[in-house]
Design a protein around this ligand. Sequence first.
Ligand code: NAG
Ligand code: NAG
Ligand code: NAG
Ligand code: NAG
Length: 489
Amino acid sequence: MHRNLPLCLHLWLCLLGELKLYEGYLQQPSITSSARYATYLTGEPVTLQCQASVDFRVHGYTFFKNDQTIQESEANKYRISSAKRSDGGSYSCLYWVSDSRGRQESDRSFPVSLTVLDQPSTPTLKVIPKESLYFEGESVILECEHPPINIQVNYYFHKDSSKLDSYHDTMSSKHRIDSLRTRDSGKYDCEYRISGHQRTFSSSKSMPETITVTALSSAPLLNVVPPYAAFIMGENVTMECVAPSPVRVTVYRIYREGEEIMGPFSHKGLHMMQNITKTDQAEYTCMYWSPQSDRETPSAQSDVKEVYVIDPLRPPLLSSDPPSGRIRDGGNITLYCITSENYERTIFHFLNETDEISSVSLNYPQSRAGTITINMKKSNNTSPPKFSCQYTAVIKGRSLLSPKSPHIEIIVITTGSLLWLIAIGVGAGIVVLIIIVSLVYWVLSGKKDPPSEVAAEPKSSNVWPLPSQGPTLLPTKPDISSLPLCWTS
Ligand SMILES: *[C@@H]1O[C@H](CO)[C@@H](O)[C@H](O)[C@H]1NC(C)=O
Ligand SMILES: *[C@@H]1O[C@H](CO)[C@@H](O)[C@H](O)[C@H]1NC(C)=O
Ligand SMILES: *[C@@H]1O[C@H](CO)[C@@H](O)[C@H](O)[C@H]1NC(C)=O
Ligand SMILES: *[C@@H]1O[C@H](CO)[C@@H](O)[C@H](O)[C@H]1NC(C)=O
């Protein structure tokens, strides 16, 4: 029993095989490429294998390409020693067995698709525009050119043999570098890749293209002569563009508010403004060009210089408190120096006839009036003291001195002269009083005794002094004693 078992199994299997054949059922084979991929380059060897999933003798295999029989033999392999583009297509196979009933064919395998591609040709890197020298800020386009391919292509750009970081869209054959910097200088090349089933083919790298980027020449200095920012109308001003010393300069240009000045010497970096007016008030810049390679390299812009044109300063007004300008000896007088405009900084100068006596510095915005208080003392000088003022205005950093204000006179009244005035006043008052008293007496005496008018006539010469008696106005004592005599009569 034990020895019969393999024989039995064999018979059983034979029977099973025969049964299947009888049923006309030959399992579908599979076709595979001996490589793990289905994409080949022109010239590569290709081997396709037809595998039947049966373990009995197969008598032959048929290979099909695009449904056309291409090989019918006992070999289960189809070999292409050197693939051509025309070998691309859909391959399938079947196998067959021969028995008493003739040839029995299996079903056709599922097809495999082979692609045969050329090795990608070496691309050309084009730099657009092509210059021997680029300036910072310019842009270029790199284009990886190759003959058209009917398959998806990915591009790779390199700078100095390493991948270009800025390049992201690998589907685009163009890469734009905006605003070149000097660090973008270098050797650039490109390659491209095509992908098929399980395989990627890279082109070789293009010939390198050199990009040289130069920085703009360093900025020139724009000098204003004289070196102010504010000018009074009518002054002469020269603008001077100066390149850093070792640079060879081809041409200068000076700009007012961004527009080139077409002056006779502006290409030499000079612009002279005589009798400056408000129309010259502007912002100025300049630049220069220097030769380099076959391009003239521009410089960076100079700093902006602002020219500010002002009217000549007007004299200030000087006023005093008290406004009459009369002050007692030892009293305080306050002087106000008033400008018509506000300035960043104003220094008020108070002057007597010869010298500055005081100055007051004020900053914007409380800069319209400077005040000082002077304690006045009577001087031996007969003429009254005179004061004036002027101011220094700081305009855009420039100090300008104004004309002087009109003078004002201060009259100092001494206490001595006051006493003298009082004395005169008192004297005059006494005289008036005596006249009144005399008049009253004369009137009263006339009314009481009209007949005595004649009798009194000789005595009146004592009461009223004769003009020959001199300028004495005061009555003498004997005259007064004579009065009661008249009263008694
Ligand atoms: C400006 O220049 C002209 C010509 O050189 C000269 O006559 C004039 O006096 C100058 N003006 C001033 C304010 O310097
Ligand atoms: C300066 O310009 C003013 C106004 O434009 C003009 O009136 C004056 O005559 C000019 N002076 C000179 C010296 O050119
Ligand atoms: C004058 O001013 C000074 C200080 O400003 C003050 O000390 C003095 O008392 C003033 N004199 C009079 C008379 O107001
Ligand atoms: C004024 O004159 C007197 C004498 O004449 C003198 O002592 C005094 O110093 C003088 N004062 C001034 C301010 O000149």
